[in-house]
Design a protein around this ligand. Structure first.
Ligand code: UTP
Length: 467
């Protein structure tokens, strides 16, 4: 921790002396925590962010103006699907596959106190998002005989709560040594003059550096070294808010391995032209994910002669990374994106103000920017009804209600395929609640292997597995 004199110098050199504006009014613990925070903030990085802000102001045409075409998309079927799956199963049996969930976000749209992974989504038991991810990994370990080590990215804000939650739930049946928590970086926001913002008289506002922060955080934390020490060849990457994700899906993992890919991308058909998914495109020899906001309305709605959208496939942030590519990328440095946001701040009297309009710039890195360095990066199509229904918003689309309904509908399909005549409404949703612990069955085939003779389709169905 710097002394007051040292802190004054650091701040003066960085043009951020206002951070000590309330010093005279702070009590001893508040002074100590402010000095400690000043010691932790990387002001050289803040100077770079100021540069990013200046460049963003000067930015010319949007990226959408550059020539691009839809990226080629692989639809695995028949023999190709079987071969990919067999290869993925080989990887899993050899213990060469890990899983990585990014769970450092703030979940501001959902408005849930606490880590988003603790949010209850189980239609019957209220099991949390983390439960569904971890139990899938438990099922894979039981099936293939080797653990799929689980790397959980948190942020300074939710790290302690996330670790405590896993402890409290006995790691959902996983071995503690196979779960590796690591913390992403935090960046200050800047006001239009490039000044950091006090959100309390004794505290600089910080927010997570985006899911792109994963790459540097993996190295800094030792998680990448752990992957290498365990002999992992690839890591399945996903977001915490989608309990439908088919974690370490053998076909996707196997296709990635067979192609010798650096980074593979799962894509699905967009729900409608306006859906806010990034789109997989090809620009020259490179594959990119272009953000929805960079598309013009005309591009979003462009149709092919057969009536399909030209830019039909969106990315839902499900990837496989090869471990050597993660090592190369750890020091590569991703571009920094700027967003104009509402950031709480103190007024001259030290009172906290919650602005009603954007007042500051936040900075983030995006994981898909790593595609720029990937030499082999296939896009593989999947069926969104089977694998994608995120919890983003408190209400409406992509909310807990739609997610629970989609989970039940998927489990109803599995049950019906296994011969249980679950009654459905006219839209295909089950009339009663259903919940299946992934450790009991993680897909239609593993459910069909279970004894379901005692299941009564006339009421709620809960299928659980002991640890
Ligand atoms: P979102 O972009 O949906 O953000 O993150 P969010 O923080 O969860 O929610 P909002 O936008 O505040 O409402 C997608 C995934 O990326 C992770 C999130 O935890 C989520 O799994 N993420 C996002 C991080 O791990 N770190 C970040 O800095 C940002």
């Amino acid at each position: 921790m710097p002394s007051l004199e040292e802190a004054r110098k650091i701040l003066a050199d960085a043009g951020q002396s206002h951070v000590l504006a309330f010093w005279d009014r702070l009590d001893a613990p508040a002074r100590e925590s402010l000095l400690a925070q000043i010691g932790r903030i990387d002001f050289a990085a803040v100077a770079k962010l100021r540069g990013v802000l200046a460049d963003a102001g000067a930015k010319a045409a949007p990226a959408a103006a550059a020539p691009m075409e839809p990226a080629p998309v692989v639809e695995l079927a028949g023999g190709e699907l079987a071969a990919a799956r067999a290869r993925g199963e080989e990887e899993l049996r050899a213990g060469r596959v890990g899983a990585l969930v990014v769970a450092g976000g703030q979940g501001s749209r959902l408005g849930f106190e606490g880590p988003k992974g603790c949010y209850p989504v189980g239609p019957i038991t209220d099991a949390p998002l983390f439960f569904f991810h971890a139990r899938k990994l438990l099922a894979l370990k039981r099936r293939y005989g080797r653990p799929v080590p689980f790397y959980v990215m948190t942020s300074e804000t939710n790290d302690a709560a996330t670790r405590a939650f896993f402890e409290e739930h006995a790691y959902f049946g996983l071995a503690k040594e196979d779960v590796f928590f690591f913390v992403q970086g935090m960046w200050p926001a800047l006001d239009p003059e490039g000044k950091v913002i006090l959100d309390r008289p004794d505290h600089v506002f910080l927010s997570p550096d985006g899911h792109g922060g994963t790459l540097a955080a993996l190295e800094r934390s030792g998680a990448l070294a752990d992957m290498e020490a365990r002999g992992l060849a690839s890591v399945f990457y996903f977001q915490v808010d989608n309990p439908m994700v088919d974690v370490a899906d053998p076909a996707f993992v196997g296709y990635h391995a067979a192609q010798g890919a650096d980074l593979s991308v799962k894509v699905c058909a967009k729900r409608d032209p306006q859906e806010g998914l990034g789109v997989a495109v090809r620009r020259g020899s490179r594959t990119e994910i272009v953000e929805y906001t960079e598309f013009t309305d005309e591009q979003k709605n462009e149709r092919l002669p057969d009536g399909e959208l030209r830019y039909k496939y969106g990315s839902v942030a499900i990837h496989v990374f090869s471990v050597p590519f993660l090592r190369r990328e750890a020091s590569a440095g991703l571009p920094v994106h700027v967003a104009h946001k509402k950031v709480p701040h103190v007024d001259e009297a030290g009172a906290v103000v919650k602005p009603s309009a954007p007042n500051a710039y936040k900075f983030e890195k995006f994981i898909f920017d790593a595609l720029a360095d990937a030499k082999v990066c296939p896009c593989v199509a999947f069926d969104r009804e089977a694998e994608f229904s995120p919890v983003k918003n408190a209400e409406g689309s992509d909310s807990p209600a739609t997610c629970r309904a989609d989970l039940s509908r998927k489990w109803a399909r599995w049950l019906r395929a296994a011969g249980v005549a679950v009654p459905l409404d006219e839209r295909g949703y089950p009339l009663h609640k259903i919940e299946i612990d992934p450790a009991f069955a993680f897909d239609a085939a593993s459910l069909a292997e279970r004894d379901l003779s005692a299941v009564d389709p006339a009421g709620d169905i809960l299928l659980e597995e002991k640890n």
